[in-house]
Design a protein around this ligand. Sequence first.
Ligand SMILES: *Cc1c(COP(=O)(O)O)cnc(C)c1O
Length: 416
Amino acid sequence: MTPSLGAHLARELAALEDRQRYRHRRVVAGSHGVRIEVDGRRCLNFCSNDYLGLAADPGVAEAMAAAARQTGSGSGASQLISGHNRAHAELEEQLADYLGRPRALLFATGFAANVGIIDALVGRGDTIVADALNHASLIDGARLSGATKRVYAHADPGAADEQLGAAGSGHRLLVTDSVFSMDGDLAPLPALMTAAARHDAWTMVDDAHGFGVLGGGRGACAPPYPVPESRVPSPDVYVATLGKSVGAAGAFVAGDEALIEYLIQRARTLVFSTAPPPAVAAAASAGLRRLREDDWRRAHLFELIARFRRGCEQLGIVVDGGIRDAAGASPATRNSPLETPLTPIQPLVLGSDADALAASRALLERGYLVSAIRPPTVPEGTARLRVTLTAAHDAQQVDGLLAALADCVRPPEPVA
Ligand SMILES: *Cc1c(COP(=O)(O)O)cnc(C)c1O
């Protein structure tokens, strides 16, 4: 006899609990800045993606409130029916202008953008060539599209080249994150773009964690690429979110006229989904203005990143995404310039789920919110603390976190 749905799910949940994989949401009261109240406890937030410190910026919030007074709370319909507001259109123009691309197009979320775009662009008979650590939304878009998927070893342009060469006769789409969300390392974009060009493949880069931070703000594909003297040709499809460094919500794709017009016709997550509230677009416009003008935010952020890494080094704590190449070396020992950690994502890999959870709990007791990231978000055996730094932190707060880490994180056993 089949169990009832409730009985079936209760068993599945119990199994997750047994394996330390049960996840709980914590409730935040008030704003989501650095000083945050979580489940009634005041602490310092070191795990948001609010890299420029704009999510709780009073000016951005005021722009949102002012727009809401004018445009109301909801858009009422999809972009194609009656939901496309002037605030959306202006934001799209500002984004295209900033990136020097002909057009930009908004989506309600980055997840929806990636799924809708990939599904619209490729299908059965086509091939998607993807990095092994790509974001879940890129993976799901590939699945939904029905295209054949060929996965290459993480950040390995030679392996990508091989997969592109082995693809069938249909269209080829190379898809990669720019900054990998759980490891903080960079895709070798110049070499990947070269490989794609060699095989006449289209290119799509998800710059969720690079936009606003790298390239002077314009992201991982803008000069200067973080690796000196390399240039990245513009990808055909450039996606970034508005909920991370922009401090609002939503996402956009930037590209040529034909790409954008085609997506307006065919991206199902746009066509069949209510447009975000205009006030959210107004907030993103205000965030974008700060992102463009406030170079001090990036300068301060990179100072804090350097401070944090120096502190970890002094404590013997290895900052490392747990990525291993074929020879078993980690980026920390591989010393490739591509792995130079220039991003706000600083992972401390602890290995077991239990160790990561215990360290996260111990940090919270000391007033630091750093969430434990466990499989399936990261590969088995690489559970970690994902520390993120933002322009809203200050040096004392980073030093405080380092002192707490010294108490809560054991340096790893030397590997024989
Ligand atoms: C956060 C993220 C997304 C999803 O964006 P949302 O707007 O949060 O849905 C997509 N890709 C990457 C790499 C991300 O980190």
